[in-house]
Ligand binder design. Structure first.
Ligand code: ADP
Ligand code: MG
Length: 704
């Protein structure tokens, strides 16, 4: 039905919850009063008029104006998913945002999280048959579209944070255009903080634009006179200085990732304690925020700053240390000071050498402005940029490039194939992807056996696309069946899908390294991860055991749950779940053969100079210092290429050159190889094989 804003408000003001039938709580009523004050609420009727008369609506509004929390609720009142049986989805580029917002909206609607309002992120589905409003990552909705091409379970799709231009959102936008042509009943709202709204309007067939004016206060911006050598240190110093000298108000510090953020929080709390003692400052609440933080820890960003230690004493302060999720996705009220070192982790992809990596890179001017804006939410604020004004003007680019231009497209191309989108070049994208990048993706999938010579999905390709992980990792699991070790390889795949399990606190590095050495496997890091997983499964008090062994309990717990999910996908694909006999000499080699079957395109050869050269791409790389490999095996397979000042390969295991020829002969076709020492070794091997005849070494499959 088509509701008016007045009708919606009347429903909100009633005594009972229309979704559950229960009487509204007093908490509900107090939150409702705050919601009524949000800028989007002032435009509710205008918004409803637009969605009633248009299939696509573009909505731009300042961060904190109520887009993400309110607009989906207006759609619920309008489309009545509980009656019509079709849900409303709101996508987020980041998992933390999806979880946190779903939590908030469940409180606003006075329902239990996971019931009427839920969220869905990779490896975690918190929804039920009652769910009417679902927050999900853009990647999850895309995955759903693979099995339900018309997204027939939904009556409205809200694409949020569109200005971020993530790969998944770009693809979803294109998909929504196709779906909208066939489904006149579906509504699509595209929302963002700031954006080139004209470009979006034009892309969506001249969709109307609703602008929600924000309520912001002026923010004074300060620059450092000289470039900072160590931005982490500078950020900590600045935060403590603010605490010591500036009036009341919370601080938001932008850093790039989990390890850095945890480190900053430790240092802040140690030095903060000293400051409080020495200078009689108020107490501090220091809160980290990053994507892998468990939900209850994420909620701490909304806690109030601590009270003064004595009545009338120096005020307490909250310091939130966050990734750029706090840039536009989450609004933390009460922030008055922002510290912006000018960096974030960004995906970079070099198709020439097929390397995708997360790199700490300078942010754009648009992002810097967003960050500064976070200081002016509740009253005038200050933003401290830890770079020079000259650098802001000359070095920062205006806008970050869309992710589609700097990603490996392997996984997305496979998903699109599954969706039946064959002609990728002519996919109607807001910014077309580079032909070379597309070619690399098709090449990868072809080598993996996911696409045949005509670029059609093969049965293996179908299986690979069923796994919510990188195609190579999926191929590794599927191939493990040939080597009788799916059980072990599933565990390794799960361990590769969680944040680093090994802790190495600064003050206990030696002890941490010793603890890790207990798990080390001489053949490399993958089998070391397997050892850790097995030991974890065998211990009686997992949390204490992890603590004692310098392992991240949270990561291991999540590896366990991911393993179960991957196991279910494998079972669905009829992949036998098997292990070799542990006493067989081929127990470990077979696992490494399976690794090779997935990652034969990520192999490096030790050159005489003592450095590794990646095969075919000829990149000089070093073993990452975290590797358990002390000797340098001649041939290694690696999981990750780390781009820093030097190039490293991380999570590395030894492989045999004859496996390369045997397992991936199409890739190790030596006629197409650039010259390198590794090539000569392989040529000799190939020659010997040819002389001996085509007698390939028999795999040990007797114990299956
Ligand atoms: P937008 O999407 O436009 O940036 P949101 O809908 O995310 O805005 O947030 C609107 C307002 O809701 C915020 O200004 C904040 O006051 C409030 N809010 C959102 N999440 C929470 C939360 N978890 N706890 C308390 N308040 C919240
Ligand atoms: Mg939002």
């Amino acid at each position: 039905g088509q509701t008016t804003a007045a009708q919606q408000e009347a429903v909100e003001d009633s005594s009972h919850n229309g979704l559950t039938g229960a009487a509204y709580s007093s908490r509900y009523k107090s939150i409702l009063a705050k919601r009524r004050d949000l800028p989007v609420n002032k435009q509710r009727q205008g918004f409803l008029d637009l969605v009633h008369n248009n299939q696509f609506v573009v909505l731009v509004g300042e961060t904190g104006s109520g887009k993400t929390t309110q607009i989906p609720q207006y759609m619920v009142y309008d489309l009545l998913p509980q009656v019509e049986g079709k849900m409303i989805a709101c996508t987020q580029p980041r998992r933390v945002a999806a979880m946190s917002v779903a939590q908030r909206v469940s409180e606003e609607m006075d329902v239990k999280l996971g019931q009427e309002v839920g969220y869905s992120i990779r490896f975690e589905d918190c929804t039920s048959s009652k769910t009417v409003l679902k927050y999900c990552t853009d990647g999850m909705l895309l995955r759903e579209a693979m099995s339900d091409n018309m997204l027939s379970r939904y009556s409205a799709i809200i694409l949020d944070e569109a200005h971020e231009r993530t790969l998944n959102t770009d693809i979803l936008m294109s998909l929504m255009k196709t779906i909208a042509l066939k489904r006149k009943d579906i509504k699509i709202v595209v929302m963002s903080a700031t954006l080139d709204s004209e470009k979006f309007q034009k892309y969506f067939y001249d969709a109307p634009l609703l602008t929600v004016p924000g309520r912001t206060f002026p923010v004074e911006v300060y620059y450092t006179p000289e470039p900072e050598r160590d931005y982490l240190e500078a950020a900590i110093k600045t935060a403590l200085q603010i605490h010591a000298t500036e009036p009341e108000g919370d601080i938001l510090v932008f850093l790039t990732g989990e390890e850095e953020i945890e480190e900053a929080c430790r240092l802040l709390s140690a030095r903060g304690d000293e400051l409080i003692r020495r200078a009689n400052c108020g107490p501090l609440l220091i809160v980290p925020l990053y994507s892998t933080l468990p939900p209850n820890m994420q909620q701490r960003i909304f806690h109030k700053a601590p009270e003064p230690r004595t009545p009338g004493g120096a005020p307490g302060r909250k310091i939130v240390v966050s990734t750029n999720v706090a840039e536009t996705s989450l609004t933390i009220d009460g922030i008055v000071y922002v510290i912006d070192p000018g960096f974030s982790k960004q995906k970079v992809y070099n198709p020439r050498v097929r390397v995708e990596s997360l790199l700490v890179s300078p942010i754009s001017r648009a992002a810097a402005q967003q960050r500064a804006g976070r200081a002016g939410r509740t009253r005038p604020g200050k933003c401290f940029r830890l770079y020079t004004e000259k650098s802001y003007n000359n070095d920062l680019i205006e806008q970050t490039y869309p992710e589609i231009l700097r990603s490996n497209l392997g996984s997305i191309v496979l998903q699109l194939k599954k969706l039946g989108v064959n002609d990728l070049v002519h996919l109607d994208l807001m910014d077309p992807c580079a032909p070379e990048v597309l070619m690399r993706a098709l090449e990868l999938l072809h080598y993996l056996g996911a696409l045949d010579d005509d670029a059609n999905l093969t049965p293996i390709g179908h299986m690979i696309s069923d796994f919510p992980i990188d195609p190579q990792l999926a191929k590794m699991i599927i191939s493990a069946a040939d080597y009788g070790c799916t059980n072990e390889v599933l565990s390794i795949a799960a361990m590769l899908s969680v944040p680093n399990v090994f802790l190495r606190p600064r003050e206990a590095q030696r002890r941490a390294d010793q603890a890790k050495a207990e798990f080390a496997h001489m053949d490399g890091d993958h089998l070391t991860l397997l050892n850790v997983y097995h030991a974890y499964k065998g211990c009686t008090q997992p949390d204490k055991w992890c603590w004692d062994n310098y392992l991240q309990y949270r990561s291991l717990k999540s590896a366990d749950s991911i393993r179960e999910q991957l196991r279910r996908v494998a079972a669905k694909c009829d992949i036998p779940l098997v292990s070799n006999n542990f006493s067989s000499p081929d127990y470990y080699p077979n696992i490494r053969r399976a690794l090779t079957a997935g990652y034969f395109m990520q192999v490096a050869h030790l050159e005489r100079g003592g450095q590794y050269l990646t095969i075919k791409d000829n990149q000089l790389v070093l073993l990452h210092p975290s590797s358990v490999l002390e000797r340098k095996p001649e041939w290694v397979v690696y999981n990750e290429f780390v781009l820093t000042k030097r190039h490293y390969i991380r999570t590395v295991s030894e492989v045999r050159p004859e496996w390369l020829l045997e397992i991936a002969p199409h890739y190790y076709d030596l006629s197409s190889f650039p010259p390198c020492e590794g090539k000569r070794v392989l040529e000799k091997l190939a020659l010997r094989n040819a002389v001996v005849g085509d007698k390939k070494p028999k795999k040990d499959r007797s114990e299956k």
